[in-house]
Ligand binder design. Sequence first.
Ligand code: SAM
Length: 305
Amino acid sequence: THFGFQQVPITEKKKRVGEVFHGVADRYDLMNDLMSGGIHRLWKDHFVSSIRPAKGMQILDVAGGTGDIAFRMVDRMIAGSSSSSALSTSSSLPDIPILGCISRMFSPLPEPPRRAHSQQAQRWSATERQESPSASRVVVSDINSSMLDVGRSRAETRGYISKGQQNGIDIDFQVADAESLPFADESFDVYTIAFGIRNCTKPEQVLKEAHRVLKKGGRFACLEFSRVDTPGITQLYDLFSFQVIPAIGQVVANDRSSYQYLVESIRQFPPQEEFLQMIRDAGFRAAQFENLSFGVAAIHSGVKL
Ligand code: SAM
């Protein structure tokens, strides 16, 4: 334990996670901004741009919550089909100079493995995309219906449903447990999970399901909190996690324990190298990771061959 926090027994975890996200659903986005100073937006932008979403793809976002990843996918799919220069800006990122400075803390993104990339390029040929206007699909799935309800109403108010329809992109919301997905084998080109896998009881089972539902040549990508291992930064990060985050939870959401759970779940999740090995063990090839903001978060990815 750190600073007196107790480990949550694994049998209680599912119940606890359900309560946490039902309880915070309508304040979830505000809390993310407050606790990360807006940086989670940059991580998500970087994550989604690294996937290079394109029209014609079948994308599954697991533990998709209120839709942050899925909406960025839709924006990128549309921007990619109209003008490549649009990729350098993000419609969802506010124009705040400090965020631009922080974004330079990120290293350039690795290219996806050549073989998978060329296979995918063939599959998403231009003719195929034009002949079949609704061939693109973004499925937002989450175990928690309250989170998906917020996501669905955000999709409507922000115009994503109609934007999707105009551009031949179906956006579906589906309640689903990451450990037992209700989708056929080999049905998606891309599988994403952002800040979701550490909330699951059996991450190995989540990875196995990700591998099953991906087509051959499909890509797995996971954005998750990870481990900071830089002298000086580690101490600051600990202070922030154990003192500041629960205090913000208390003041803004009147819910200290949910935010203590958040901090605790981050510390219990395997560090970068260990998680990388779990991804390899699930059958993924070309597995790699990239640290964001000194490892506060990391992107792990792999390809199903
Ligand atoms: N991906 C979104 C984002 O980045 O903003 C939401 C992340 S939120 C921190 C974690 C989500 O994981 C919650 O919406 C929660 O309901 C979901 N979750 C927890 N356990 C899950 C499971 N077993 N299967 C699917 N989703 C799960």
